[in-house]
Design a binder for this molecule. Sequence first.
Ligand code: URA
Length: 242
Amino acid sequence: MKVRLDRWLSMLGVCSRSEGKDLIRRGAVRVNGQAVLDPGAAVETERDTLAVREQPVDGRVIRHVMLHKPAGLLTAARDRKQPTVMDLLPPVYGSIGCMPVGRLDKDTTGLLILTCDGEMNHRLLAPGRHVDKVYTARVAGRLSEKEQRAFAAGIVLSDFTAEPAELEILTAGEDYSTGRVTVKEGKFHQIKRMFAATGHEVLTLHRSRFGPIGLPADLAEGCWRELSGTELQSLRKAAGME
Ligand code: URA
């Protein structure tokens, strides 16, 4: 992305725009190893290297993250009262505008993608896009073929009819069962509402896949990493952005 040098510093959360102007004029900012004294100088954020007061700064402003969300955090860019998933990331991800792709409920765990690419975010969530999401739910009561048929037929909810979804029964007991559900939509409380409509309260809910990206077994709860080039490519493909 091409931006002015002073804006680059503020986007990265290094300092405010006016502090940046000052730092630049004092020769404390190097781009590709050279001190640049003009705050309005054009830089390429994903290509140029940056150092402030002799310290290298990662200047990328387009980043994509996978996070293993624990229960207890809101999926939101910010909240005045409650902790959010952004609290798990270094502040620079907030400064450059990384946003969650869709939402997991506060008590839901599992895979959450965050990206600075607003278009990809929007496209991945578009109703016609049909990006598969896979959840494992522990529910009250015994799951059977009856629920599988209901999920496959599409469940009528108060404000919309959920599209046909696949329910695989992993365990079925008198008191509790677990099921793996694959949905193509992402409506508010969708999985909980689908189970509730078939008479089962969801006790825990975990997302293991979002489109082409699966939650890696070695990414512990509360941990995150940036997407690899291959993962990003597959996500862009799923968003129809090749
Ligand atoms: N469906 C739900 O009910 N909750 C989530 O967090 C995600 C999907």
